[in-house]
Design a protein. Sequence first.
Length: 291
Amino acid sequence: MDQEMKDPEKLKFHVFKDERFIDLNLYQFGWERTSPTHSYGPYARNHYLFHYAIAGRGVLLANGNEYEIPAGHGFLIVPGQITTYRSDPEDPWEYTWLEFDGLRAHESLHLAGISGSQPVYTPRTAEAGRQVQEQMLYIVNHADASPVHLIAHGFLFLDSLVQCSAGRRCGGERRVRDFYVKEALTFIEQNYQRDISVEEIAAVSGLNRSYFGKVFRDAVGESPQAYLLHYRMARAAQLLKETRLSIGEIAAQVSYDNQLHFSRAFKNVHGISPREYRSTHLLEPPQKLQP
């Protein structure tokens, strides 16, 4: 994990560079006491970005609308959404933020009642808002902790985001649907190394393909095909980082007989080739202690 620190009285900014985590991953996080009229954008993110206003006020420009964001509230930017946000000229923001993604992020944001079309986060009470704020600042202020420790607190952040939301949605009606999706996820985790089809995954779940596709997308936030691809590429990245298997051997372990097809798929997901990824991410084995 790389860390960048600027003036600690005005800005803390950290970059998280450990991509082993699938259910939830962090990308960058920080805290800032902004200047009057400080603004960012228009810009589109590749991952979810959540800000929580500790003090001051400002506006979010998104979806052709202007949203007022006072202290004690937050706002969400979703992947691919072009937004601009601007601090108030007389009462500028102090805020903290997390950029994150992962298979559980979509569901948690849904349960918290926030989305690209409904980006403003309102806590149930002022005390509930402080709980969200504390979870975020814990991550910001413990950037030197281990990746697993930070990811664990990332899950606590998501939990507080849901539990403390005034717009929290009940998940009870999702239980039957989630049972089918869990069956599908378990099947993928146990069989991604072979050439499985969406029809086969749907059959294991006991649903026809078209209905299964809708149920899966609603729960996970992407199609079964996209999830399977991303899962395989995440496992491939792990093997590139933690082993010295050849590219061809890793391709075969994630169900690609053709190494060229695997390399193209990997680059489409991670933005660089498998060989480039390994050159910058390979973990060196611990050195043996001298007797």
